[in-house]
Design a protein around this ligand. Sequence first.
Ligand code: SF4
Length: 664
Amino acid sequence: MATCPSICPYDCPDACGLLITTDGRLATAVQGDPCHPFTNGTLCVKMNHYERTVHSPERLTTPLLRSGPKGANHFTPVSWEKAVNHIADRWQAIIAEYGPEAILPCSYAGTMGLLQRNAGHAFFYQLGASRLERTICSPAKGYGWKAIMGSTLAPHPQEVKSSDLIILWGSNAAATNIHFLQYVKEAKKNGAVVWLIDTYETPTAGIADQVYLVRPGSDAALALGMMHILAKQELLDKEFLAERVQGYDNFQREILPRWTAEAASEISGLPPAIIEAMALAYGRAKVPFISIGSGLSRYGNGAMTVRTILCLPALTGAWTKPGGGATAGTSASSAFAMGQITREDFISTPTRSININQLGMALTEIQPPLQSLYVYHGNPAAVCPDQNRILKGLEREDLFTVVHERFLTDTARYADVILPATSSLEHSDLYCAYGHYCLRRVKPVIAPVGQARSNWDVFQLLAQKMGFHDPFFAQSADEAIDELITHSTNWLDSAAQERLMRGELVELSLPDNYKTTFKTPSGKIEIENRLETATLPEYFPPHGGKQPLCLMTAPSVYGLNSSFLERADLLAQRRTMDLLMNPQDAADRKLHDRQTVIAYNELGEVEFQLTVTTKVPPGVVVAEGVWGLGHSLNGRTVNALVSPRLTDKANGSTFYDTKVEVRA
Ligand code: SF4
């Protein structure tokens, strides 16, 4: 028996430290690494038995070729040689007839390691394929941060321990950021008050002292109403505003006067007296801290919403206090020169760019049509908006589809060729996080299961077959990681580089006064951003839709996007594909608890089991977690209801900007 360190590879801000026990052949147990300075040895319920995923009997262990109709799940095992030759031959033929832009890569965040996640970019740039705009998560949140804070570093998450008012704003941390809650709980022990502002009572409500439910997409209106009252009551840090903030006077003159508590109430649904009380409590708190979740950036007004909320700590000067300010996520990947891996310099001619949120349109409507799709560590049939059009595209007999995966996902079922992928315990990688500042290099702790190969190794193999001779395509994964560490940015000093090389945990050190070193063009917080079309933060309505109910496609504690669907133990906790609805809405439609219902809009129809609950306010319905098509009641899951419209900025997804009606 041996115990080896690793890092959780899933799309989660915590990037937990793992300790893997192996018997030399199999991973037999997985625990949290107590030495990890942020995650401190605890794991979420999903990863406590990661060995069940790694050694699941459902793992794909050999390449497969389709031997029946698309989607019918008829495949024949073949050798890697045969599978890769087949792919190369088909691509050469497609390129000869249609050009390389007829090929599209599709990947997102099935694994978050910097090397394996980005392993395909160089290959597809060299090929001249169409490019994928990978904006399915929350780029609007990053855009909103950048519009007002520039490249300013986000606060160290542990700082929240020193706060006296913590606002979890659209953040279901109990499902998506559990280790941050350790520090929130510590602050609570010291007397801090915790608010949850969200659209329904998520599991995170359990830790909150106050829960404020707002209408979906109205968060900016609430923030503006609070700021109107802060200004009126002079609960402002005038010195900070004068010296460290750009554009407050214009904001106060042009925007805030119309955002009375009544005006904010009309949009947000919160009573004026509550908005007033929230503003006074925020303004009087000594060290208020706001943690902004991703969901509220997935409306049509997502970027502007984040930008507006981020004005609050500027008005009160919360940034100057340890434990004060706000976070929309950390960004430690800038410690590395990722261009060494992604190799944009391999693009000889700019090719067309296809937004991942509009993949359904791309597969069915784009001209000239796509002829081939290569999917790796992604499952667009389950996770992308506009599921009906995606499935229609994947059903195309003339679309040559390759899927490199660990499991027979909804997307893999439509593949012409399936390649078996390694799990994170079977390949090398380099991890950072988007919820803290720790880094670690990891090596494989077990041999690949069956004939599985990593993203990196498969792209090196495909490069050989396609005749790419650049030495980049001859490097091993470990050589590429060595290069990334050796030529990292100056955020890593030589001692940190050496520790990373040895596989030790490294926590990036943050410069003194980093929270008040505002990395914007003016050197100030830019409430007024003169480069934006809307120079001042404002409320804009979300996209909306014709139907009366707002559908929240929320995360589940027992799943993560479409990952972990292979785990019967976790699925058992989730029961069925449920739709949560307020008793009043159910009564209005003569619906009752646990009956099968159909949620529908102009994009599709999806059947759910109804759960009638007061945790959801009137006008809102909630579907928690992504399910596989095999678990669905009518062959469709929640993303059949989600539109491919994009956010106001950064071309992000608008998963939460979905309107539906529900019938029996
Ligand atoms: S999914 Fe998130 S919380 Fe769970 S182990 Fe992985 S990083 Fe940690």
